[in-house]
Each structure stands twice: as structure tokens, then as C-alpha cells.
Design a protein. Structure first.
Length: 154
């Protein structure tokens, strides 16, 4: 075998190997790739996402008992809990979700503020509808406002 033939053969083997590996990756990816979620307790965006995830799970679960109220006590300021109850009495809806039903998905995005954390919480409902809420959290990790505008705009 000449060196030219050896080079062609190596190139063909390398191409075949790359193609085989590429097909393997494609097949593996189409079967579903692993997902991950990360966060840290010192980050308010993580805390807002944790609250909404746990709260939506709790109100969705028929056996949750007092968990939704306990989550409110843990994540919301005492003053805002009272304000939320008054809003719920006036509007006959869940004040955290600003709705009478439970969303099927949620997303939290940092909205950027200087003196506290402000996040946009996007709630997704059946049929493709979404609701965007502005959630404000103190540096001490307590939610003090949920609404259609931020705390500065209310």
C-alpha cells in the first residue's frame, strides 16, 4: 500500500467515525437530553423562582393542606400578606397568581433594580395565554409586592 492509499484510508476511517459519532449524538439528543436547574439561596431571583415553583405545586396538589399559607408566611413580608388578603377579598382570586385557577407553567426573569430585586414572573395558562406579573423582593429575601407594575409604579 502506498502512502497516498494509507492517507486516503485514514481519511475515510476518520470520516466514517465522525459520521457514526455524529449519528449517535443525534440519536441520543432526539431521545431527550438531560435538563438541569440551578440556583442559590443568596440570589433573590432564585428565591422568587423557588417560591413560585413551590407555591404553584402546593395549590395544584389537593393534599397540600396548609402548605400554600406556610409558603406565604415564609416568603412574603407580614405587611404584604395582609395587603394580599385584602386584594383577594376584593377580587375573589388568588393574589399570588392573580387568578382563580392555577397556571400550567411559570418563568422568572430578572427585571433589574437598584435598591431591591424586581422580577417578571410569566405564568402560562392552557390555550397559550400568559400573564406577566412584577414581583418585588427586599434584600432580606422577602416579597413585598406582586402586581402588573413594579412597586415604584403602584
Amino acid at each position: 500500500m502506498t502512502s497516498k492509499n494509507i492517507t486516503r484510508r485514514r481519511t475515510a476511517l476518520a470520516t466514517g467515525l465522525a459520521l457514526a459519532l455524529g449519528l449517535g449524538v443525534t440519536a441520543q439528543a432526539s431521545a431527550g437530553s438531560p435538563r438541569s436547574v440551578s440556583g442559590k439561596p443568596s440570589d433573590n431571583i432564585t428565591r422568587i423562582a423557588d417560591f413560585y415553583g413551590a407555591y404553584i405545586d402546593a395549590v395544584s396538589d389537593e393534599n397540600a393542606g396548609k402548605l400554600p399559607d406556610e409558603l406565604r408566611r415564609h416568603y412574603l413580608t407580614a405587611a404584604f400578606q395582609k395587603e394580599l388578603k385584602a386584594w383577594e377579598n376584593r377580587n375573589h382570586a388568588n393574589g399570588v397568581l392573580r387568578a382563580q385557577n392555577v397556571p400550567i407553567a411559570w418563568k422568572v426573569t430578572d427585571n433589574g433594580t437598584a435598591d431591591h430585586t424586581e422580577a417578571v414572573v410569566t405564568l402560562s395558562w392552557g390555550g397559550g395565554d400568559t400573564t406577566k406579573l412584577i414581583v418585588d423582593m427586599t434584600r432580606g429575601h422577602k416579597i413585598f409586592h406582586i402586581g402588573e407594575t413594579g412597586a415604584a409604579g403602584s
